[in-house]
Design a protein around this ligand. Structure first.
Ligand code: SAM
Length: 292
């Protein structure tokens, strides 16, 4: 970076946007704004525009340079700034957890839709593989009459989920449980809904994911190390004893898993199976009913 001229917010944003774009980083303006907000400890990007002509101190420029270098080496912007947005809600994230994806909002919206139609005063929900807690926290905020148990097998991810649950003051609504669902099943039963965005990338597809994902996000959150369907099979199987006499299962799936997951569910006697497409037109969420 040239240092003789004064670096105002405006000038630094323009320079960084161009630089990131030349280096092949998409959404370069957004990246530049987020990095600068983080450097200056601004809460909102609008603050940059309110202080467009503010010159940066040398210490701020040095910090900014460090963040920029991390971004250029491929680290996801969400890990650098330490947070992300999901369902319009802010969540702390770092390398201990998967970064919540926009497609997963469809999973939450489908659950909320059912909750709103369901005539029950308290709805008991089990989430499997909570990561940073984004699904459970969004449901608890958008449907306050819910009571949630959230399972996670990574102790590191649990620390992040716990932090987010406390930040959102939802400790009385969401109970975190450390458990590997292949070794154990929750002792709490009679859930009305089970929801999960499980690690569903097959090991073959995992190998060809971008370095930005493979080098930074937890492998255990992405792939089952097999055909990508191990979690759907296990969750559908244990779901039969965990759900109420009548209950619903909501699973996120990969674009190419619809037929296989529907078959798994039909074989286990789930019914009224529906598949919802995400905004890109890919099959993304499977909803199935269970009745004993
Ligand atoms: C795809 S991530 C989903 C994270 C978050 N719920 C979301 O939607 O962004 C899957 C999560 O399942 C957890 N997980 C993996 N294997 C598990 C297991 N055997 N039992 C419980 N959780 C598991 C991972 O650590 C990870 O946090």
């Amino acid at each position: 970076m040239i240092s003789e001229k004064i670096w105002t917010i405006k000038r630094l944003l323009e320079w960084t946007t161009k630089y990131l774009s030349e280096k092949g980083i998409s959404d370069s303006r957004l990246n530049a704004e987020l990095l600068l907000c983080h450097t200056l400890k601004y809460k909102n990007r609008i603050d940059l525009y309110l202080h467009f002509d503010k010159p940066l101190r040398q210490s701020e420029l040095d910090t900014f340079k460090t963040f920029l270098k991390r971004r250029l080496s491929g680290e996801p912007i969400q890990y650098i700034v330490g947070e992300t947005e999901f369902m319009g809600i802010k969540f702390k994230v770092d390398q201990r957890v998967l970064i919540p994806r926009p497609e997963t909002e469809l999973l939450v919206e489908s659950v909320i839709d059912l909750c709103k139609k369901y005539k029950k005063s308290q709805i008991k929900i089990l989430e499997i593989g909570t990561g940073c807690g984004n699904i459970s926290i969004s449901i608890a905020k958008l449907f306050p009459d819910s009571e949630i148990v959230a399972i996670e097998s990574s102790k590191l991810a649990l620390e992040v989920a716990d932090l987010n649950i406390r930040n959102h003051r939802l400790s009385d609504k969401i109970k975190l449980v450390f458990m590997n669902i292949f070794d154990d099943i929750p002792k709490y039963k009679n859930f009305d809904i089970i929801v999960s965005n499980p690690p569903y990338v097959s090991i073959d597809e995992y190998q060809i994911l971008s370095d930005e994902i493979k080098n930074y996000e937890p492998k255990i959150a992405l792939t089952d190390g097999k055909d990508g369907l191990s979690y759907h099979r296990r969750i559908a199987d244990i779901g039969r004893s965990l759900l109420n006499e009548i209950g619903w299962l909501f699973l996120e799936i990969a674009y190419n898993q619809k037929n296989a997951v529907v078959e798994i569910l039909e074989n286990l006697k789930y019914f009224n199976i529906e598949v919802f497409k995400d905004l890109s037109g890919n099959d993304r969420v499977v909803k199935a009913k269970w009745s004993r």
